[in-house]
Design a protein around this ligand. Sequence first.
Ligand SMILES: O=C(O)CCC(=O)C(=O)O
Ligand SMILES: [Fe+2]
Length: 319
Amino acid sequence: MRRTRKCEVEIKLRQDFDNLNKVLTKNGVTVNKLKSSTQQIRKKDSQWSFLYIGASVILLFTALCACNIFDNLIISLIGIRCLIPNNYFVWEATRPISDCGFCLNVTAPIILHNASREEFAPYAYTSKPIIIRKAFLHWPAYELFNFYFFKELYESIDDSIQSVDEECQFLHFKSNFISLKDVFDMTKDRINNKPGQNSWYVGWGNCHSQVLKEMRKHYPKPHFLPDDCEIPSKEYVFMGYDAGATMHLDFINRLMWQAQLKGSKTWNLLPSNECEQFCSPVTFKVYPGDAVLVDTRVWYHGTTITPGEFSLSIQSEYG
Ligand SMILES: O=C(O)CCC(=O)C(=O)O
Ligand SMILES: [Fe+2]
């Protein structure tokens, strides 16, 4: 009986690995190491095969978790959530090598001033960083959005905080939070970054339809984006103080736009290693009301918030 159960588990595990490998190959992720590790699973019972299985599960799981698009797949195949949704190490190991065209001769962002759709059109699909100054001053969200807007919104909609953890993404960067709930449960002094408090900076994706609907009541699709561009039904919020976002690449499908609504923030962009000898780092500062457009799939990016200021921004994709 025990033997039969063991065989069933083995068969199930092999099927899961086959499925996972198919998905990896289909999505162009070449992970030769994972492949050779996976082959080891097919070896007969031995202490080593358990080690290989363990290592492979961790590697595969980590690699798949690294891409948000696999989050739901992991849940449906293995029945558990990604513990490490943002494993930048694996992202780095599996990213395609760049031809450096995106950063050649770029030393500063292109700066536009509250550009119209027509003025923005020539730049709409470039990988060069762009700032559109004062693009969002007219948004009601510019006045309305703050820490308490989001706390009250999430606390008033059942399961919405949980949905960030389960279906979307929570980025704690250097802060000691595990979930968005920890952010909304902070003391008033910490929310306000009072002296002596641990400063914090977080970002999270909203995939909860009701939350998104409420948020979107306060801002339209950015007016400068091409009329026919696709927008996902997901928006990110980044907020907090001081350290900002740690340097990373995004594994997203499209270009991104960001609305800087509160505080000022410095963006630090770095070309990937293979482009270091041809391209330069780029640094720029954005202010409340500015739009930022960076191809965060090819530019490593990190942010720093101006000391003493609270930063809040909304970010999404277009393509
Ligand atoms: O706004 C930030 O601090 C980071 C934003 C970011 O990582 C992004 O837009 O991809
Ligand atoms: Fe990013």
